[in-house]
Design a protein around this ligand. Sequence first.
Ligand SMILES: O=C(CO)[C@H](O)[C@H](O)COP(=O)(O)O
Length: 206
Amino acid sequence: MKLQLALDRLTEHECFRLVEEVEEYIDIIEIGTGVIKEYGMAIVKEMRACYPDKLILSDMKTCDAGRHEAYQAFKAGSDIMTVMALASDLTIKDTLQAGEEMGTQVMVDLLEVRSKDRITELEQLGVSLVSLHVGKDKQSEGGFTTDLFSLVKESSFKIAVAGGINLESLSEIVQEEPDIIIVGSAITAAAHPKIVAKEMKRLISR
Ligand SMILES: O=C(CO)[C@H](O)[C@H](O)COP(=O)(O)O
C-alpha cells in the first residue's frame, strides 16, 4: 500500500517545503490540479529534478484532448497522470495509449461515478488503475467512507482512495486494502505534517 501526498491549494514554495519535510514517509508526490493551473508543467519538471527517485503523479483531471494532456504530463516527468472517468471513451483510450507509449500509468478518477455500467466500460477500455474519490466541495457533506469500495467490488483494478482522508478514518480504510491512499489536507494543513505523515505510513505498513 502506497501513501500519496496531494499538494493542493499551496504556493510553489509551500509544495517544496512540505515534500522536503515528509519525503521519507511518502511514496508518491501528487502535483494537484490547482497547483498545475497556477504553475503549469514547470513545477512538475522541477519536482522531478529534485526527486528523481520518487513517483510523481500529475493530477491533470483531463476531460478532453486526452492524448495532448497525457503527453504534457509524461514529458514533464510524471509517472502517472489522471483522466476523468466521466470523459468520453475516446479521451480515456487516448490517455491509455499515451501511457503505453511512454511506459507510464494513467489513473482514472471515479469522481461522481455511481454506475456499475461505467465500471464495466472502463474495464473493457483496458483501464487498470482507478481512484475512488470524494471531491473537495462534496467533502462538506462528509469525506471518504468505506462503502464507496462497493462500486469497484470484484473489479480487476488497482484502487486508489481520496477525499478528506485523515488519521481517524485511515484505519478502517486500510482494512479494505486499497493500493494507494491519497492524503492532502490532513498532512498539508496539519500543525506538524511530519508527525501525521509518519503515523499514516505506520498505519498503512502494518
Ligand atoms: O484531488 C483532490 C481534490 O480534487 C485531492 O488531491 C484529494 O481529494 C486529496 O486531498 P484531500 O485529502 O485534501 O481531500
